[in-house]
Design a protein around this ligand. Structure first.
Ligand code: ADP
Ligand code: MG
Length: 698
């Protein structure tokens, strides 16, 4: 971490068996990997912990480690022997079947650490056959001299168990595996730390040095682990901050074309022709963007806005500023369907003289050649396409600005690659748009110095979408859902039905057939999925109103805009993520009509999946749903970075909670890069190799 590593092979420091198990269970081979990747997932504070567990309501079956004083022991005969009930702190019992040696060792007054599976029996908490460790025995036995189970014997081979436990108010609880108990890991880490020479701190940031923090997070002092945790979190944040700051230092000299809004250009013409007023939010955001574009430095702005809040219009206005100034603009969509959809709706807004060119992977060779020619010759003013635009060897005549739609994971590296597309010595202005707002911390982490604008309100006349859950377990509800679709179609509207798969049970193909012959007989049904070549024509037919019901996969997830579609049925919603469901729902409610989204589910009522869907149905705000999303996913997933077997820099930092730490660390990072760029560079060598990769790919 930050230039420090401990490359000692585990096998040289620990007994071969333990080292091997650590490699097998967790993939670690060096001491540094163990120390930096295997932080305690919890701590037990001796004497005070069972109630804490009970309060936190550890669910039955969870593996817990608790300590306490034995208050009572009872022995009850059963058919094949006896049951030993050991009551601890009058709060819970440890149960041993035929616990002959346990009976000999345990007695009231002795303090013990138990580790085992939690069960509830007649409403009392039980640990059945837990492993245990004697912490303090009034009769003077030491933890080591008594008979112990296999785990302790193994530990005692390489650490002094007395010393390991002496004066330890806080005991770490480590992520364990079937072959490695938390105590073995505790002992291994203790030994690794004991044999680790003091770490020199290259930074003088706090009176708690890195060395102290690393030792104390594993072996907290009486005041607890929090300061050590915060210090190490800070280090993690500082690492990313330094990478960002170094990057910005590199880009500081990049220049962009200044694109101030022209009072009487195409942009003004487009805005004047609009059949509606801009919302307050759109005006505000456009002002932000105009301010950025007027400068000769590249804009880096994230536009967050609810589904249907009118981001496209803002993007078009910005792109026309580029055209007015004599340059080109490009809009990158995440899918081909969306690229074509955008091309259609944007063309409809553009003044006649503006040339819009579509560039997509599925174009015929001749079409593509023509498109590329238009782009390089400057015939094309606005280019709309998928990421092919930046990935392939597309050359622009003079690219001034780029809009990236619905892709908040558009990482720094991808942004950097845009430079290749702009004329020598310049960088295009970049606007990233998303309807799935990301917490500021993540925005900072993924984008570094990106500025953020938000659109909260929906354009006038838009009615909120009604949502309901349709459980498969209630056949009458399912029937009613199809009736609702028929009613909407009868009223002249259209419907989406989204399936989680193409083929097989509940897939697009099968369902469409079933519906055509059953509940939706007589309606014009069409299927759409990613493997089709004519997705675009199909989508266009639906947009024209030639089709009543579109049965599709999530190809319609983002951005598709058919105002006449008023009802959406999502089949087996439990297969989709929170933001995905929100995105899908956003495909209806786009005209002035009341709209409906039906979340069908196979999940059992009361299950976590069901609850999640019910919550989404009850919430219409993307901003609230982002929080819900965070509850269900760990930050690694949010960043899209959770991967196994690879060292991750973000071990401790919680992007949803540690805003203050992140802000402080980023400030310090920018300062350090100004003051001592060589040191900053040196500190981040490791991270740049590891993290860069994921920040860019995520
Ligand atoms: P999103 O933010 O989800 O990308 P869009 O840009 O697709 O939303 O806009 C959704 C719909 O709202 C479009 O049909 C668009 O024409 C319409 N719209 C945009 N701005 C306004 C406005 N100020 N007043 C009325 N309708 C608007
Ligand atoms: Mg959109």
């Amino acid at each position: 971490m930050l230039g420090w590593k401990d490359d000692r092979p585990l096998s040289e420091v620990l007994p071969g068996k333990v080292a091997k198990a650590l490699t097998k269970s967790f993939g670690y081979s060096t001491c540094g990997q163990l120390l930096l990747n295997h932080f305690p997932r919890d701590y037990i504070r001796q004497g005070k912990n069972f109630r804490a567990f009970a309060e936190r309501q550890a669910p039955e079956g969870s593996f817990i480690t608790v300590s306490g004083t034995v208050t009572h022991i009872a022995k009850r005969p059963i058919r094949n022997g006896f049951v030993l009930n050991v009551t601890v702190d009058d709060a819970y019992t440890a149960v041993f079947f035929n616990g002959v040696w346990q009976e000999r060792v345990l007695y009231p007054g002795i303090r013990v650490l138990f580790s085992g599976k939690l069960k509830f029996f007649h409403n009392t908490a039980q640990l059945q056959h837990p492993e245990f460790l004697i912490l303090d025995a009034p009769r003077g036995e030491s933890a080591v001299s008594k008979r112990w189970g296999g785990t302790l014997k193994a530990i005692a081979q390489f650490v002094d168990v007395e010393e390991l436990l002496r004066d330890r108010e806080w005991l770490p609880v480590y992520p364990a595996s079937s072959t490695l108990k938390t105590w073995t890991i505790m002992a291994a880490i203790h030994h690794v730390l004991k044999t680790l020479p003091p770490i020199e701190d290259p930074l003088d940031i706090s009176d708690l040095t890195f060395d102290m923090a690393l030792r104390q997070i594993h072996e907290p002092r009486p005041e607890g682990p929090q300061r050590a945790i915060d210090r190490l979190k800070y280090n993690e944040a500082l690492g990313i901050g330094l990478v960002m700051a170094l990057r910005r230092r590199d880009t500081r000299h990049w220049r962009a074309f200044a694109l101030p809004p022209a009072p009487d250009g195409y942009r003004a013409e487009m805005l004047a022709k609009l059949p509606f007023e801009l919302t307050g939010g759109q005006q505000r955001v456009l002002k932000d963007i105009d301010r950025d574009l007027s400068k000769a430095e590249p804009m880096s702005r994230l536009l967050q806005g609810e589904v249907g809040s009118g981001k496209t219009l803002v993007a078009v206005a910005a792109m026309l500023s580029a055209v007015d100034a004599g340059h080109q603009a490009a809009l990158l969509a995440p899918t081909e369907v969306l690229a074509h959809q955008h091309a259609r709706s944007i063309s409809a807004m553009l003044p006649d003289d503006i040339r819009l060119t579509v560039l997509s992977g599925s174009m015929k060779v001749a079409e593509k050649r023509q498109a590329l020619l238009d782009i390089v010759s400057g015939q094309a003013d606005i280019v709309v396409g998928t990421h092919a635009i930046i990935q392939e060897t597309v050359e622009f005549f003079s690219l001034g600005m780029v809009v990236v739609d619905e892709q908040h994971r558009f990482g720094v590296e991808q942004r950097d690659s845009l430079r290749m597309k702009a004329p020598e010595g310049t960088f295009p202005h970049v606007l990233v748009m998303t309807a799935t707002p990301i917490p500021r911390t993540i925005a900072m982490t993924v984008f570094g110095d990106l500025e953020v604008s938000s659109l909260h309100e929906l354009p006038g006349g838009r009615k909120p979408i009604q949502s309901s859950v349709v459980p498969e377990a209630k056949p009458t509800w399912v029937t009613r859902a199809f009736e609702r679709i028929r009613e909407e179609v009868a009223a002249g509207h259209q419907a989406y039905i989204v399936c989680p798969r193409i083929e097989g049970e509940g897939g697009v193909l099968e369902l469409a057939e079933e519906l055509q012959d059953g509940p939706l007989a007589g309606l014009r049904i069409m299927v759409l999925h990613g493997r089709m070549d004519d997705k675009d024509e199909r989508m266009a037919a639906f947009a024209r109103g030639d089709i009543d019901v579109l049965v599709s996969t999530t190809v319609i997830e983002v951005g598709v805009d058919v105002a006449n579609a008023t009802v959406m049925l999502i089949r087996e919603s439990e297969n989709f993520g929170v933001s995905q469901l929100h995105q899908l729902r956003g495909r209806v409610g786009r005209g002035g009509n009341a709209s409906l989204c039906l979340f069908h589910t196979l999940a059992a009522p009361n299950s976590e999946s069901f609850e999640r869907i019910a919550k989404i149905a009850a919430t219409s705000s993307g901003f609230e749903l982002t929080e819900l999303d965070m509850e269900y996913r760990r930050e690694g997933d949010v960043l899209g970075t959770r991967q196994s077997g690879r060292q991750r820099t973000l071990q401790l930092l919680d992007l949803s909670e540690d805003l203050l730490i992140i802000e402080r660390a980023y400030e310090d990072a920018y300062q350090l890069v100004d003051d001592n760029p060589e040191l900053a560079f040196h500190l981040t060598v490791g991270i740049r190799e590891e993290e860069q990769e994921y920040l860019d790919k995520s």
